[in-house]
Design a protein around this ligand. Structure first.
Ligand code: GAL
Length: 375
């Protein structure tokens, strides 16, 4: 073999080592800036992920520099490896029509998308606050598309399950007539009244409030909307109709008056695990964890899943979604947000692998980690 042949073989070898190394080196860097494939900062806060036909789609809130209001809409990025994300488009744009429920300047939070096998439609649910009304509307918005990346079209928005009682409320509580004005806020009596359905009854006619939320599709294709209701005091889990566009009317309240937000859920070995936060607005607090062997309960609480430094602040993040990595039966990824209300676009993403100790989910801080660590 002559010298130049040897040299080119050497160079090819070197190039493949560099490529292999680069591929191996791909990692997640929780809390660090994360750029899309165009070199722009990923803008998909309070997000969720849909896996469809070999591609992951990340939907999230587009945030600007000065306000949390929806001035653009819901963004969509796609990826086949979970590290490199390509901006697809604004999947659900806000509207220029002042009469639209999603008019520019409304609040759109925590969008989640699921695919309906029967109708072939992609269905997005999100927390919607009507423009100029602060957080009072507490609506859920529903939008659909024929394509995963959108564009999505708003189908409806409103409260949840108007005129319907949850299946786990005792008859005696349906008849109570205590009202907010009967109590001083935050007294034990007030909390007890809330636990006993004071706000559930208040909103019975007009429908239950829906703020922080997620969606979950079970193994039998039944889907559920899980949301902070009753002034954020109580979580509700509502079953969706077969086309995922409405409610069957079957729903439960869980942990009444315990103030859970930011629900994120996954199922492993027949057990449903839910991670939530407490209610401290944009400021992080201690994560909570719950499990059940049926989606409609009974749900029970476990200690904070986070371990180590800053575990009492969920590593300065708030849950938004739990992602099941395709092809890795036991790999679930906690997705959280580090909110920066003074400059919302600068909010960071905290993705951490869910570890299991004694068959229970555990989160530990990692400066850097890779999917390969879980082969
Ligand atoms: C957080 C909630 C966010 C957003 C914020 C508004 O508690 O998780 O999604 O609604 O409050 O203050």
């Amino acid at each position: 073999m002559n010298k130049s042949k040897l040299l080119s073989l050497f160079l090819i070898g070197l190039a493949s080592i560099i490529v292999l190394h680069a591929q191996k080196q791909k990692s997640f860097y929780p809390g660090k800036l994360w750029f899309d494939t165009d070199g722009k900062i990923i803008n998909a806060h309070g997000g969720g992920i849909l896996y469809h036909k070999g591609t992951y789609y990340w939907f999230g809130e587009h945030k600007g520099e000065h306000s949390n209001d929806a001035l653009v809409g819901v963004t969509c990025y796609s990826s086949t490896n979970l590290y490199d994300w390509t901006f697809e488009q604004i999947a659900l744009p806000v509207s220029d029509d002042k009469n639209s429920s999603i008019t520019k300047g409304c609040i759109i939070e925590r969008p989640k998308v699921i695919f309906n096998e029967k109708t072939g439609k992609f269905v997005m649910y999100f927390h919607l606050e009507l423009k100029g009304q602060g957080y009072n509307a507490a609506h859920v918005g529903v939008a659909i598309s024929d394509n995963a990346a959108g564009p999505y079209v708003l189908v409806k928005n409103g409260r949840v399950n108007a005129g319907i009682w949850p299946i786990n409320i005792p008859d005696s509580q349906k008849k109570l007539n205590k009202k907010e004005s009967d109590f001083k806020s935050w007294t034990p009596e007030w909390l007890r009244a809330m636990e006993n359905g004071m706000f559930l009854r208040r909103d019975f006619k007009g429908g239950q409030m829906s703020r922080d939320m997620t969606l979950f599709v079970d193994d039998d294709s039944k889907a559920y909307h899980i949301y902070s209701s009753e002034d954020n005091a109580t979580l509700q889990i509502a079953e969706l109709t077969d086309d995922y566009l409405g409610y069957t009317g079957k729903y439960i309240r869980i942990f009444p008056a315990k103030y859970n937000e930011a629900p994120a859920i996954f199922k492993k070995d027949g057990v449903y695990w839910m991670i939530t936060s407490g209610c401290t607005g944009w400021k992080p607090n201690e994560a909570r964890m719950f499990s059940a062997s049926s989606i409609f309960g009974t749900w029970s609480q476990h200690p904070n899943p986070c371990r180590g430094e800053d575990s009492e602040l969920t590593f300065h993040s708030q849950s938004t979604y739990i992602l099941h990595v395709q092809g890795k039966e036991n790999l679930f990824v906690y997705m959280g947000d580090r909110w920066i209300p003074s400059n919302p676009i600068d909010g960071r993403y905290v993705w951490l692998p869910i570890l299991f100790e004694d068959n229970k989910p555990v989160l530990k801080w990692m400066d850097r980690w890779s999917l390969n660590d879980f082969d």
